[in-house]
Design a protein around this ligand. Structure first.
Ligand SMILES: [Zn+2]
Length: 235
């Protein structure tokens, strides 16, 4: 195995490992932010639900007031009934009472239906509060997990950075500027092993001459995708 070929393979692995560390470090805050967003949304839903219940309760109270007022009127008309001076007057009061009582049956039904609705929405609010607690717990768990993981991964990444600088010494000095540009553009996939006789990044077959060059650890760049090629199984 030529040292340069082995060097490129190692360099690629270090890029991949370092990239995995960076992804872990990025993912933590992203997951925490997602949990916080969910929590805020849950809280907003709960506030809406509370407002909805208040509206329903107000409407139910209004209905109840209407019912009580009607009952009062029935009482008033019944008092007049005893003082009716004529049969006609008596019949008018009677029919007024019947109408009010019939109206009140409807009002009472509506009121009870509204109270049931208030109860159902209150039960839903309880569920929502439970969901909010779960969302809070999930956020705290994610935060705790990341707090425990972050220092480990940062230490690991710092170690890999040192190893990477060392491994980059296998890049010919005159190619270093190009290598930096490629890393900037492609990140960890700057390097690609040969897959049979093709570039494993773009799957384009190499010329026989390029294959020999890669296998003899020459510095070869894929003409199709611009990756630095190396032989994964050097002869
Ligand atoms: Zn390629």
């Amino acid at each position: 195995m030529s040292s340069a070929t082995g060097g490129l393979k190692e360099l690629h692995q270090l890029h991949l490992d370092l990239d995995a560390c960076h992804k872990q470090l990025d993912n933590g805050p992203r997951r925490i932010a997602a949990h916080e967003k969910r929590l805020t949304a849950r809280q907003a839903e709960i506030n809406d639900q509370k407002a909805h219940i208040t509206d329903l309760q107000k409407a139910a109270d209004q209905k109840n007031l209407q019912f009580r007022t009607n009952e009062q009127s029935v009482g008033d008309i019944k008092a007049k009934l005893n003082q009716a001076r004529t049969n006609v007057e008596f019949d008018i009061f009677k029919s007024q009472i019947a109408a009010k009582e019939k109206e009140n049956e409807g009002l009472e039904d509506e009121y009870l239906t509204m109270l049931e609705k208030v109860d159902a929405e209150k039960a839903r609010l309880e569920e929502m509060n439970g969901e909010l607690k779960e969302a809070e717990a999930a956020l705290q768990k994610t935060k705790a997990e990341f707090s425990a993981l972050e220092p480990q991964v940062k230490t690991q990444a710092a170690g890999l950075e040192v190893e990477l600088r060392e491994a980059e010494k296998c890049i010919p000095t005159k190619m270093m500027e190009m290598y930096r540009r490629l890393v900037e553009a492609h990140g960890p996939s700057t390097l690609a092993p040969l897959d049979a006789n093709a570039c494993s990044e773009c799957f384009v077959e190499l010329s026989p001459q390029n294959i020999v060059e890669v296998r003899t650890a020459k510095f070869v760049i894929c003409k199709s995708c611009g990756r630095i090629l190396y032989s994964a199984d050097p002869e």
